[in-house]
Design a protein around this ligand. Structure first.
Ligand SMILES: [Zn+2]
Length: 247
C-alpha cells in the first residue's frame, strides 16, 4: 500500500493577488495558509482587512510581522512588537486565533523563535526548501518546493538554509531532473510519498502574477489531487495530522 500524500500550501506577503491564488486553490479542492504582514516596507500593497476576513473563512491566516522586515538584529522590544501586534491585528480581523508565523525572508535565530513562541504562536514556517518530511520542531517547519522557476544554481544555494542532508541532496537531484515546474512537483511528490507523505508547496502571489503562473498552479494542484489522491490541509492542520502539533 502506498503512503497517502498530505499536501499543504502557503503564500506569503498578503499581496492582493492572493485573492486569485485563493480562487485557484478553491477551484482545485485545495487549501492552505496565507501569511500576511500588516504592511510591507518593501513597497508592495497588502490585502484590505475585509479581504483578509473573507479569506479566513476558507483558509488559514498566519502572521508575517507588522512591516515585513527581517527580524534578526532587532531590539528585543521591537522584535516582540513586530511579532505580537501583527498577530493581534490579524486576530481582530478574523476573530479567531492566529497560530502560525512565517519568518520574514526566512531569517530567524533563537531570539526570533523565542519571540514567536512568547507571542503565542504554535508554529513557525521557514523557507527551507527541498524537504519531503518534517523536522518535528514546530518552530522550524520546512517546505518542499517554491512555485517559482529557479535556476539550478539557486536550487543548489537553497541547501545553505537548513543544512545539507542525504535526503535534501536527493530532493535537489530530483528537482534538477526537469526544467518544468510541474514535472519537478510530480517527481518530488513521488519522493515525498516514499519519505513520509508531506509535500509543502509555497510561493508569492506577486510572483505568480509577474510570471503568469496561474495555469501552472492549476496543473500542479490537479495533478497532486488526481494522480496522488492528495489530502489538502492548511499548514496548521498538516502539522496536527503529522503529529508535530496537538490540536
Ligand atoms: Zn515575506
Amino acid at each position: 500500500m502506498t503512503t497517502p500524500l498530505i499536501v499543504t500550501t502557503s503564500w506569503d506577503d498578503g499581496y492582493p493577488a492572493d485573492v486569485k491564488t485563493a480562487e485557484v486553490l478553491a477551484s482545485c479542492g485545495a487549501t492552505g495558509t496565507f501569511y500576511v504582514p500588516t504592511r510591507n516596507a518593501e513597497g508592495r500593497p497588502v490585502l484590505q482587512e475585509e479581504t483578509i476576513r473573507e479569506l479566513s473563512c476558507r483558509f488559514e491566516i498566519g502572521g508575517h510581522s507588522i512591516d515585513h522586515i527581517v527580524l534578526t538584529g532587532l531590539s528585543p522590544s521591537e522584535l516582540d512588537r513586530q511579532v505580537r501586534e501583527n498577530k493581534q491585528w490579524l486576530e481582530s480581523i478574523t476573530t479567531s486565533p492566529v497560530r502560525g508565523f512565517c519568518y520574514v525572508r526566512g531569517r530567524y535565530n533563537a531570539a526570533v523563535t523565542e519571540a514567536v513562541r512568547n507571542a503565542g504562536y504554535a508554529y513557525a514556517r521557514t523557507v527551507e526548501n527541498l524537504n519531503a518530511g518534517l523536522t518535528g520542531d514546530p518552530y522550524r517547519v520546512p517546505v518542499t518546493l517554491q512555485l517559482y522557476p529557479h535556476s539550478p544554481l539557486a536550487y543548489a544555494k537553497m541547501l545553505r538554509h537548513g543544512g545539507v542532508s542525504v535526503a535534501r541532496l536527493k530532493s535537489l537531484w530530483t528537482a534538477l531532473s526537469s526544467r518544468d515546474l510541474a514535472q519537478r512537483v510530480e517527481r518530488l511528490a513521488m519522493a515525498s510519498r516514499a519519505a513520509g507523505g508531506y509535500f509543502h508547496l509555497w510561493g508569492h502571489s506577486w510572483e505568480l502574477e509577474e510570471l503568469n503562473l496561474w495555469n501552472k498552479l492549476r496543473e500542479v494542484l490537479n495533478h497532486l489531487a488526481g494522480d496522488h489522491g492528495a489530502e489538502f490541509l492548511t499548514n496548521h492542520d498538516a502539522l496536527v495530522r503529522l503529529r508535530v502539533l496537538e490540536r
